[in-house]
Design a protein around this ligand. Structure first.
Ligand SMILES: O=C(O)CCC(=O)C(=O)O
Ligand SMILES: [Fe+2]
Length: 295
């Protein structure tokens, strides 16, 4: 029997009563999906699984979403770090929001861990939205933001990763998403801007951006909205990438190896394009005004 044990009032639950190496039946899959919608991030402990089993487990929730930076062709993205500062994970973010259809969820598994440190935190972005003053919420409801991979890729290049920035930029031009994302399954509003990918609010001048963007970015910081995971080898975290952000604490110097599979939502449930209030998408943003005003 699958059970959820909340780790905080507001986000995160440990899941017991399921072996990830075994195929799940439809009822179990539904129960996990429902648990994910309720707790936003689920932690499965002591799951010694292979990469193949990890992929099989992930694909029960959607098709694999391959990040553009990973050219390996494998659905398993390997994070192998000993010097994590500035690599990108140590900043609040939602995964790959610079895509037209960012992944619905990520499933990350600890393979090798440092003796101490290397925790990960997740934040509930529904509550980050709720924490804004009502007039700011109304303002945010009408705003759109540009998301671009340049900042995160530049960081990776600065850290010595060999990546062709130009090529990536050409294949992944900036995209626009609503600042407030309405979750397609729960109908709740979540704040949808992050420092890793958002370059500007559309239709606002540079000075207006400088004043308003930090306020929106920093709503994620309240510890009340967060959960912090101490990994063990064999722990797998499965998060809903739509109403959460996460942060990998860069406080270790020994090797840490994580394997991740990111998935899309089944199309019938959510086509993956972030929708704002009244179903607007980035296409509804006031594009021309935008360019003219950003001085
Ligand atoms: O290393 C971690 O704990 C998380 C890294 C991260 O941001 C990710 O896997 O999306
Ligand atoms: Fe991430």
């Amino acid at each position: 029997m699958i059970e959820f044990h909340p780790m905080t009032r507001n986000i995160g639950a440990e899941v017991t009563g399921v072996e990830l190496r075994e195929p799940l039946d439809a009822e179990q899959i539904q129960r996990i999906r429902d648990g994910l919608l309720e707790h936003l991030v689920l932690f499965f402990r002591d799951q010694e699984i292979t990469d193949e089993q990890h992929v099989v487990f992930a694909k029960q929730f959607g098709t694999a979403n391959l990040p553009p930076m990973d050219t390996s062709g494998s659905p398993v993205h390997v994070l192998d770090q000993t010097d994590p500062k500035g690599e990108g994970g140590d900043q609040w973010h939602s995964d790959n929001t610079f895509m037209t259809r960012p992944p619905m969820g990520s499933l990350l598994r600890a393979v090798l861990l440092p003796g101490v440190g290397g925790d990960t935190l997740w934040a509930n972005m529904y509550l980050a939205y709720d924490s804004l003053a009502p007039w700011l919420q109304r303002l945010a409801d009408e705003l759109y933001a540009e998301h671009d991979l340049t900042m995160s890729v530049t960081k990776a290049i600065d850290k010595g990763h060999r990546i062709d920035l130009r090529e990536l930029q050409e294949k992944n031009p900036p995209v626009v998403h609503p600042v407030v994302r309405v979750h397609p399954e729960t109908g709740r509003k979540a704040l949808y801007v992050n420092r890793s990918s958002v370059t500007r609010l559309i239709g606002l001048s540079r000075r207006e951006n400088e004043a308003l963007l930090p306020l929106l970015f920093d709503a994620v910081r309240d510890p009340q909205f967060q959960v912090r995971l101490k990994w063990r080898v064999g722990t797998l975290a499965f998060w809903d990438n739509r109403p959460t952000q996460h942060y990998a604490v860069a406080d270790y110097t020994q090797r840490r190896k994580m394997h991740r599979v990111t998935v899309n939502c089944p199309d019938a449930v959510d086509d993956g394009v972030p929708k704002g209030v009244d179903g607007v998408t980035g296409h509804d943003a006031p594009a021309e005004a935008a360019a003219a005003r950003y001085l």
